[in-house]
Design a protein around this ligand. Structure first.
Ligand code: SDX
Length: 445
């Protein structure tokens, strides 16, 4: 049987810090424990702050807030390091594959050959969707954005799989996790086929995860589809690179939704909705639109100027990151994969890649970007590869969601199994009106 993740344990403070407010009446002087992790910043345990001092903390975008304890992924933003369960992303992208990485993220260890085989068979046995789900697609317009379809269809899975929504049952959580990981490629490919008016292609269980996705995307009933091993390897590597990323906005959404006891399908649908935003996973589609808007390298300075202009809402899509203040290591791998895929496809000169590389060269030397430590992120090159593979830009974030489902599921399971987890319920700094009396409408001015 698959390994069981070692349970989350309560960690004890290693030292104390004090909160002092001499102006308060009575004066406040309280000590709080400092908790140390394996890597990264230590944290001040403020869980009793309000009860002991009457103060909340204020951190609207969670710039300095650890929302949970996790053992899954670690990012060193200054060094540009990304670890999945301690393994470097560059090594995993080079030597592993997505199914093995999914096992690693879920169970914490690289699988033995038997464990991998058992896991892969379990996932493969859930690749089809309920036949009734096909009728759900007919309610969408053919030109619906595929992310809108993903939010709707994945959320609707909870209407089909009642036997795996009891989140307190580990076996139900396991089968729901397998169903989500197995069915996301099928639903993603269905969203694409629906948008181009082609028949849905059923999953072929004799293919591996990446090959199966490409086959469902591009095969047609009327002829044999030849899967390119290089493209299959490229999409597999893209899935590895996008699989998890600590407590990013969509993962935090999944955790918060899950903290209320919502079923896993609804939680993942919430994560898909959050990922869609252009500041997050929607950036890969926005990058391609930006590169097409730039059109030629001689227009790059115009867009760099706009990106620096505070009066202009335009930002350089695919640049910058809340955590990375160095190159996003995923962007580095994707830039290399870009060249491999274009070479394999015999694409001599991809103008968008030329523009992207020139844009990167100019931006990383520009003082505005250097001072703000803005570097290419995971979304900067991914779209160029996906487009070269024949995947349309409005499907880029769907591919991101397909990959991130593994991370969302792993983080959701970790949250559910954490004995200290409670429903997430942030407080606020209220700056609205104080109490006031109701005024009848004939007395209002
Ligand atoms: C993902 O969190 C994750 O882990 C996400 C992700 C994952 O795997 O889950 O890595 C995936 O979402 C990658 C990011 C994709 N988004 C984009 O590429 C959109 C463009 N990037 C920006 O919107 C921005 O960089 C964010 C949203 C990614 C990060 O924004 P922050 O951390 O809130 O930073 P900020 O907005 O406070 O910016 C700091 C400064 C500001 O200038 P000043 O006010 O200091 O003068 O940098 C500027 C910003 O104006 N800035 C940019 C910029 N990004 C930041 N200026 C121009 N172009 C940009 N792209």
């Amino acid at each position: 049987m698959a390994r069981v993740i070692p349970p989350m344990t309560e960690i004890s403070p290693t030292r104390k810090v004090s909160v002092v407010d001499g102006n308060a009446d009575p004066a406040v002087k309280e000590e709080f424990g400092v908790l140390e992790g394996t890597l990264g910043p230590d944290v001040v345990d403020v869980r009793t702050l309000y009860g002991r001092t009457g103060y909340f903390t204020f951190d609207p975008s969670f710039m300095a807030t650890a929302s949970c304890q996790s053992k899954i992924t670690f990012i060193d933003g200054d060094e540009g390091v990304l670890l999945y369960r301690g393994y470097g992303i560059d090594e995993l992208a080079e030597r592993s594959d997505f199914v093995e990485v999914a096992y690693l993220l879920l169970y914490g260890e690289l699988p033995t050959a038997d464990e991998r085989r058992e896991f892969e068979v379990a996932i493969t046995n859930h690749t089809m969707v309920h036949e009734q789900l096909l009728y759900l697609f007919r309610g969408f317009r053919r030109d619906a954005h595929p992310m809108a379809i993903m939010v709707g269809v994945v959320g609707a899975l909870s209407a089909f799989y009642h036997d795996s929504i009891d989140i307190d049952d580990p076996d139900a959580r396991k089968i729901a996790s397998f169903r989500l990981i197995a069915k996301m490629p099928t639903i993603a490919a269905m969203a694409y086929k629906y948008s181009v008016g082609q028949p849905f292609i059923y999953p072929r269980n004799d293919l591996n995860y990446a090959e199966r996705f490409l086959h469902m995307m591009f095969a047609v009933p009327s002829e044999e589809y030849q899967i390119s091993p290089v493209l299959a390897r490229a999409i597999d590597r893209i899935l590895i690179l996008h699989a998890d990323h600590e407590q990013n906005a969509s993962t935090s959404t999944v955790r918060l939704a899950g903290s209320s006891g919502a079923n896993p399908f609804a939680c993942i649908a919430a994560g898909i909705a959050c990922l869609w935003g252009p500041a997050h996973g929607g950036a890969n589609e926005a990058v391609l639109n930006m590169l097409e808007d730039i059109g030629t390298a001689d227009r790059i300075p115009e867009f760099i100027t706009r990106a620096k202009d505070k009066q202009d809402p335009f930002r350089l899509m695919g640049f910058g990151h809340r955590v990375y203040k160095n190159y996003d290591p995923r962007a580095t791998v994707l830039r290399e994969t870009c060249h491999e895929v274009l070479d394999e496809l015999g694409v001599q000169d991809e103008p968008l890649l030329e523009i992207a590389m020139e844009l990167e060269r100019i931006a990383v030397e520009d003082d505005y970007f250097v001072k703000r430590q803005l570097y290419p992120n995971v979304d900067f090159y991914s779209g160029i590869i996906l487009r070269a593979m024949g995947i349309p830009s409005h499907l880029f974030t769907v591919v991101f969601a397909l990959a991130r489902t593994v991370g969302w599921v792993a983080q959701w399971n970790e949250m559910i199994e954490d004995p200290s987890q409670k429903i997430g319920r942030p407080r606020q700094l209220y700056t609205g009106y104080g109490p006031r009396k109701y005024t009848p409408i004939d007395q209002r001015s």
